[in-house]
Design a protein around this ligand. Sequence first.
Ligand SMILES: NC(=O)c1ccc[n+]([C@@H]2O[C@H](COP(=O)([O-])OP(=O)(O)OC[C@H]3O[C@@H](n4cnc5c(N)ncnc54)[C@H](OP(=O)(O)O)[C@@H]3O)[C@@H](O)[C@H]2O)c1
Length: 185
Amino acid sequence: MSTIYYTACSLDGFLATEDHGLEWLFPLADIRDTSFPAFFETVGALAMGASTYEWMLRHVVRTPDDPGTSWPYAQPVWVFTHRRLPVIAGADVRFVQGDVRPVHAAMQAAAGERRVWLVGGGELVGQFLDAGLVDEIRVQIGSVTLGRGQPLLPRRFTSPPLKLLSVAQVGSGFAELHYAVPRPA
Ligand SMILES: NC(=O)c1ccc[n+]([C@@H]2O[C@H](COP(=O)([O-])OP(=O)(O)OC[C@H]3O[C@@H](n4cnc5c(N)ncnc54)[C@H](OP(=O)(O)O)[C@@H]3O)[C@@H](O)[C@H]2O)c1
């Protein structure tokens, strides 16, 4: 039962543009060619921040104009926010705020033998890292630069360094890097 930050970013380390755009990301590869489908099979609980949830509301959730898409997660999802955000019919979404530690404990209990997936964004994952709760980081580095945007991980993490476990190429669009996060001595 590990906790993993699994995500994709630009070569210069941004999850999204300044205005939360992800249009640059999807042309880089067919997601079915990446590690994501196998990874997703191992996920038992998800956490995301308000901006990521709002992106899902804008782009993924079924709307009267776009009946072809729907909430993609059968697993429970914890959304960190200080606001009242719209709820999605049929989605197991739990709104929380503040200290990530009790939320992580609840996520682990729900996930059982499966993984806890930290979806992002970077500052929220930084809070889990600060609390020593992240075991792995798997990031698809896209072959683009954005110049500015929402950061992958706004933390200084130098000593001990992350441990690189594997590198994989996905066409010309992605380098997938898999790291173990060392536990503090
Ligand atoms: N490239 C990818 O694969 C990928 C993956 C994930 C996300 N994304 C995108 O990257 C962007 C990330 O946006 P972001 O950097 O703003 O991060 P975010 O984590 O999605 O949202 C940040 C917001 O989460 C809430 N939050 C964070 N920690 C909290 C806490 N402890 N308690 C209560 N609320 C808390 C706050 O919202 P409020 O205080 O406003 O409620 C905060 O402003 C989004 O556009 C997302 O779609 C891309």
